[in-house]
Design a protein around this ligand. Structure first.
Ligand code: AMP
Ligand code: MN
Ligand code: MN
Ligand code: MN
Length: 276
């Protein structure tokens, strides 16, 4: 029997809408055999997810999604199979989260200057873990306050480069992010590569990610088109990297894909789980 893998999703410990327990149960109910919970820059939800996953007959992989910077682009690096107690990883994640708080305050100021008052306080009302604030929380506030139709519309109008609520930010370097993941015994996966605005520099990015120690590419992502599955499967082969698959589920009705929704990996790639 082939197992169903979903190696990328979020809970209330970052910007997801469901608690880790609910995520694990939902995964089980939807036929996922192997699930990685990958909250942004955070591993605190894993213990809860583990208990629920066991009850639901789901194998849980300890994960996280690290925010990193490459040139002037923000990258996400999914960590799989990490030891969440590793000190280097814990300290690294803490520094990334501290940067988030600082950025959020500046986002509030920028939105204020654009005529949207109290956005920082508004976003904080949507924060579900006191340890972490994300653009998603601003999006939920802006939608509630009537400034956008839905979160996607909100990102387009306010929260991306060139828009009033966007604040450029230096995340961890790729070297540090991959270093922490490896120190914790995990594999480093370049998340949803199809979403980066690299303007013809994808090969440079992939070469540098691999040469820095990156292990895999997220070939199948809830936010990729079928054409992108093929494109990134080819890149994985050409660059000699493993291939991963994940929905990037954040919550019912607020996601590109639901848990376990993805098709199998394209033929010819080596799955990131080959030695699990
Ligand atoms: P941050 O890490 O705080 O910069 O926020 C990034 C998060 O915003 C992503 O993980 C997604 O959950 C969400 N996001 C980014 N772009 C979009 C978009 N176009 N539509 C909806 N959510 C998005
Ligand atoms: Mn997110
Ligand atoms: Mn991401
Ligand atoms: Mn994600």
């Amino acid at each position: 029997m082939t197992l169903r893998y979903d190696l990328h999703c979020h809970s209330t410990y970052s910007d997801g809408l469901l608690k880790p327990t609910e995520v694990a149960r939902r995964a089980g109910a939807r036929g996922v055999d192997v699930l990685a919970l990958t909250d942004h820059d955070e591993t605190s939800g894993l213990a809860e997810a583990r208990t629920a996953a066991k009850e639901a007959g789901v194998r849980l992989i300890d994960g996280a999604e690290l925010s990193a910077s490459w040139r002037d682009i923000t990258l996400h690096v999914v960590a799989l199979g990490i030891d969440p107690d590793c000190a280097a990883l814990r300290e690294g994640l803490e520094t990334i989260r501290a940067g988030r708080t600082h950025r959020a305050q500046r986002m509030g100021e920028e939105l204020g200057a654009a005529g949207i008052a109290d956005a920082y306080a508004g976003a904080m009302k949507f924060v579900t873990s006191a340890r972490l604030v994300s653009r998603t929380h601003f999006a939920r506030f802006l939608v509630e306050a009537g400034h956008a139709r839905d979160t996607r519309d909100c990102f387009r109008r306010y929260l991306v480069r060139g828009k009033p609520g966007y604040v450029a930010h230096e995340w961890a370097t790729l070297t540090k992010a991959i270093g922490w993941i490896h120190a914790a015994g995990g594999q480093a996966v370049l998340a949803h590569p199809g979403r980066y605005e690299v303007h013809g520099k994808m090969r440079e990015l992939l070469a540098e990610f691999r040469d820095t120690g990156g292990d895999a590419i997220e070939v199948v992502s809830g936010s990729h088109t079928p054409a992108q599955y093929t494109e990134f499967a080819r890149y994985a082969r050409v660059f000699g990297m493993l291939a991963s698959s994940g929905s990037d589920f954040h919550g019912p009705g607020e996601s590109w894909a639901d848990l376990g929704d993805m098709p199998p990996l394209p033929a010819g790639v080596t799955p990131v789980w080959k030695d699990w």
